[in-house]
Structures are given as C-alpha cells and as structure tokens.
Design a protein around this ligand. Structure first.
Ligand SMILES: Nc1ncnc2c1ncn2[C@@H]1O[C@H](COP(=O)(O)OP(=O)(O)OP(=O)(O)O)[C@@H](O)[C@H]1O
Ligand SMILES: [Mg+2]
Length: 274
C-alpha cells in the first residue's frame, strides 16, 4: 500500500509546520538498459527539534532517500520542503544558501577525511569554502568545534590515521555542525565503529541535538539505537514506506508484517560478563 495511509501519525507528531518534509519522493535508476525503482513514493516529515529514524534492510532505499533530501541526487519525482521552502525548486546561489542549513554525516569516517589534511584543516574547510572567516577567528572556531565534540584542542595538529574510528566520526560531526545547520542527516553514523564506541557516539549525538537545537534524520540498521534515539520512525521495504509513526507505538505494536519481522530479528544485546 501507499505510504500515505500511514502518514497522519507522523504529521501529527511533527506539528503543523515540520522543518523537513518530503512528498512522494521517487528515484528510478537506469543501469544497463534496465529501470530500477530504488525509492517509490516515499513521504515523511520531521518536526523542529525532533529525531526521525529510517529503518529497513540493506537495499531498501534509505540512503537514496537521504541523498534526495540533501539534493545530492535529483529525485525522479517528488518534492522536498525545508522550513516551508521548496528545496527541489532551488538552483544556484539559493540552493547553496539553503544547503548550509542541512548537513549529512556518512557511515564511514575513515574514508570521509582526507589523510593528508590535519584535523584542524578538515574542520576549517567548511569555513574556508563557504564563509569569510579566517586567521585567528578561524583558529578559535576550530578549537570551539573540537570542544563541542569533546576532543582536545591539540587534536587540530593530528592526522586522521592518528585517531580512532569514534574520534574520526566526532571530527566528521564537528565539520557537519561547523556552519550551524538546523538539520543533520545521519546515515548509519555508527555502523563502521566498534560496538563499545557506537553507544558513546549515540549518547553524544543525543546530547549534541539538545545543545545545538538540531533536528535529525537518522538512518540505522540498529533498531535498539533507533528506539532509544528517535521520536518517530519510518520503516522502509523495497523502496517504499511500509509503516510509520511514533517510535514506541511502532515498536510495541507493529501493524505491518515486515516491521514485525524486522523487530523480531533484532539480536538480544548480551550482558557483559561479570
Ligand atoms: N547510483 C545508483 N545506480 C543504480 N542503483 C543504485 C544506485 N544507488 C543505489 N542503487 C540501488 O538502489 C537500492 C537502494 O540503495 P540504498 O543505498 O538507498 O539502500 P540502503 O537502504 O541505504 O541500504 P544499506 O542499508 O545497505 O545502506 C539498492 O538496490 C541499490 O543497489
Ligand atoms: Mg545506505
């Protein structure tokens, strides 16, 4: 069935005017003479200051939705509204200005950082590209951002290979929040990290959201994390939304067979040996 049947609960939770709202997003890829509908009529919204989770098995279209929301790829059809503005209609300078409001953090922090740049250079880059901030003010910004992501100031002299996975992901997050965006799209931000570090990053993200007044679109395979972090959740299967609503309601009484299967397949987290 169409995703619209399940939309009202998300709308209600998001309030009258969501920060982000995607309507009827569809993406058809053409590969080797074949058409492939990776995303099929997906609608979702995220209220100001809320966290919306997208779950679904590998290949269900989660990242494609995220990339269309960010306009890193063009939707085949559908619209993306950001704070009441039609992002899909913007081009050039207007699009660039709006993009500052939304940033994406990818799964793999190891490939997101240039090995030849220091951490300071990496964090300074958004300012150099998009603002006139330079010199000592830029130094101060870099240090402030390291502080925000709980890394020592001296890390600005380090190179990516001198950092752990979790520390690198913190640097990626520092870069993402550098220009004070309002929305962060987090595409499996912890799945490349050790399990012990995953929990730290999740707690950190939760705290960061409140401190910086951010709104999250949070994509994850990890249903336990989604349940912990997300106000609302959208369940995707084969490019379509099969269920959506407030996270607790969806987890407690999933209405869709696929959602039930997804929830039941979550391995229990073993207790640490004592
Ligand atoms: N550029 C592309 N060209 C052709 N097909 C693509 C392209 N990008 C993605 N796809 C296909 O679209 C489908 C959805 O991919 P997507 O990356 O959105 O899935 P996902 O839900 O993020 O999966 P995962 O959990 O593994 O990250 C997949 O079948 C994928 O192979
Ligand atoms: Mg993905």
């Amino acid at each position: 069935m169409s995703s619209l049947a399940t939309m009202p609960s998300i709308e209600a939770a998001a309030g009258a005017k969501p920060l982000l709202s995607a309507r009827h997003l569809t993406k058809v890829f053409h590969t080797g003479g074949q058409e492939f509908r990776a995303v099929d009529d997906v609608s979702l919204s995220v209220g100001h200051g809320k966290v919306l989770g997208i779950v679904g098995e590998s290949g269900s279209g989660k990242s494609t939705v995220a990339r269309m929301v960010m306009r890193l790829i063009e939707p085949t059809s559908g619209t993306v509204m950001f704070d009441g503005d039609d992002l899909t209609a913007k081009t050039g300078e207007a699009l660039r200005r709006m993009r500052r409001n939304m940033q994406i953090v990818f799964q793999n922090p190891h490939s997101a950082l240039n090995p030849r740049d220091t951490i300071g250079d990496a964090i300074a880059e958004p300012f150099l590209v998009q603002t006139r901030v330079r010199g000592s003010e830029l130094d101060r910004k870099v240090e402030e951002l390291l502080d925000i992501v709980s890394l020592p100031k001296t890390f600005k002299y380090r190179y990516p290979h001198e950092l752990s996975g979790g520390q690198k992901q913190r640097v990626c997050i520092a870069r993402a929040v550098a220009l004070e965006p309002r929305l962060l799209v987090l595409d499996e931000p912890t799945s490349a990290l050790d399990v012990s570090v995953q929990a730290q990053i999740i707690m950190f993200l939760q705290d960061l959201r409140a401190r910086l007044n951010l709104t999250y679109l949070f994509i994850s395979h990890n249903l336990a994390v989604v349940r912990h972090l997300c106000d609302d959740v959208v369940v995707m299967n084969k490019g379509a939304v099969v269920e959506s609503g407030p996270t607790e309601a969806v987890f407690k009484s999933p209405r869709n067979a696929y959602t039930r299967q997804l929830i039941e397949s979550v391995p229990r987290i073993p207790r640490p040996a004592s």
